[in-house]
Design a protein around this ligand. Structure first.
Ligand SMILES: NC(=O)c1ccc[n+]([C@@H]2O[C@H](COP(=O)([O-])OP(=O)(O)OC[C@H]3O[C@@H](n4cnc5c(N)ncnc54)[C@H](OP(=O)(O)O)[C@@H]3O)[C@@H](O)[C@H]2O)c1
Length: 243
C-alpha cells in the first residue's frame, strides 16, 4: 500500500493535472478522474512516463454512480485516502434572460452537487487517514467568482459560493476529527478555461497553475492544529476585468 494516496477530479488538464503531478512527486499514489476518457488517459500516461504512481478513472462527477465508482476504484487500488481534491468544474456564460435549464443543471451538478457526494463516499477512508495522522485534507476548487458574483457567470458564481459555504460547513463538522477542508478561490488562472479571455488578459498576467500547486503544497505542510478554510488568489489590480 502507498504511504499516501489522493483523488483529484478534473485531473486531465490545468489546475488538476498540475496538482496531481506535485502530489505524485511527493509520494502520493493518485487516482485521476475526469470526464473525457482519451484526454484523461493521455494525461495519466504522461505522468506514468515520468515514473509517477497514478491511475485514471474516467467519470462524470455529476453522476452519482460515477462518483461511487471513482472512490471504489481508488479504494481497490490504493486502500487509503489522505487528500481529496474536488476540482472538476465547468463555467458556461449566459445572461440570465437566456439561461438554459440544461446548462444550469450541468454546472450545478459538476461544480457543486459532486462535492458532497465525494465527501460522503470518501468519508470512511478520510476518517481512517485522520485517525492515523490528524491531517486528512480536502481541497475544493471554488473561484474568485465564489467570493464576488460575476455578471454572465451567475450560475457558475452561485455554484462556487456554494463550494465556499459547503467547505465552511465541512470544517465545522469534520475538522475536529482531523479532516480539514480548504476552498481555493482564484481569479483568472492560465488554463484552457480562460482561453475565452486571453485576447484581453495575457496568459503571463494570469495566476499560474504553479501558484495553486504552491498553495496545496503549503496546506500539506500544516500541522494538525491549523486549518485554512479558504485561500483567495487575486491578480494585481488595474485590469478592470473580473477575475
Ligand atoms: N482557470 C481559471 O481561471 C479558474 C479560476 C477559478 C476557478 N477555476 C476552477 O478550477 C477548476 C479546474 O479548472 P481549470 O482552470 O484547470 O480548467 P480545465 O483545464 O478546463 O480543467 C477542467 C477539468 O474538469 C474536468 N471536468 C469538467 N467537467 C467534468 C465532469 N462533469 N466530470 C468530470 N470531470 C469534469 C475536465 O475534464 P474534461 O476536459 O474531460 O471535461 C478537466 O479535467 C474548475 O473547478 C474551475 O471552475 C478555474
Amino acid at each position: 500500500m502507498a504511504d499516501r494516496a489522493a483523488i483529484v477530479t478534473g485531473a486531465s488538464s490545468g489546475i488538476g493535472l498540475a496538482v496531481t503531478r506535485m502530489l505524485a512527486q511527493t509520494g502520493h499514489a493518485v487516482t485521476m478522474a475526469a470526464r473525457r476518457p482519451d484526454k484523461l488517459a493521455g494525461a495519466c500516461e504522461q505522468l506514468r512516463g515520468e515514473g509517477l504512481e497514478v491511475q485514471d478513472v474516467a467519470a462524470d462527477v455529476g453522476d452519482e454512480d460515477d462518483v461511487k465508482r471513482v472512490v471504489a476504484a481508488h479504494r481497490d487500488a490504493y486502500g487509503r485516502l489522505d487528500l481529496l481534491m474536488n476540482n472538476a468544474g465547468v463555467g458556461i456564460g449566459a445572461p440570465i434572460g437566456e439561461l438554459s435549464t440544461k446548462r444550469m443543471d450541468i454546472q450545478l451538478a459538476t461544480n457543486l452537487r459532486s462535492i458532497p457526494l465525494f465527501y460522503r463516499e470518501s468519508l470512511s477512508l478520510l476518517q481512517a487517514a485522520a485517525a492515523e495522522h490528524r491531517n486528512a485534507l480536502v481541497v475544493n476548487t471554488a473561484s474568485i467568482a465564489g467570493k464576488r458574483g460575476q455578471a454572465w457567470l451567475s450560475i457558475y458564481s452561485a455554484t462556487k459560493f456554494g463550494v465556499v459555504g459547503f467547505t465552511q460547513a465541512m470544517n465545522k463538522e469534520l475538522s475536529g476529527q482531523g479532516i480539514k477542508s480548504t476552498a481555493l478561490c482564484p481569479g483568472f488562472v492560465d488554463t484552457a478555461m480562460t482561453d475565452f479571455v486571453k485576447g484581453h488578459v495575457a496568459p503571463d498576467d494570469m495566476i499560474q497553475t504553479s501558484d495553486i500547486v504552491a498553495a496545496v503544497r503549503m496546506l500539506l505542510g500544516l500541522t494538525p492544529g491549523c486549518v485554512i478554510p479558504e485561500i483567495v488568489f487575486e491578480r494585481p489590480a488595474g485590469g478592470g476585468l473580473p477575475g
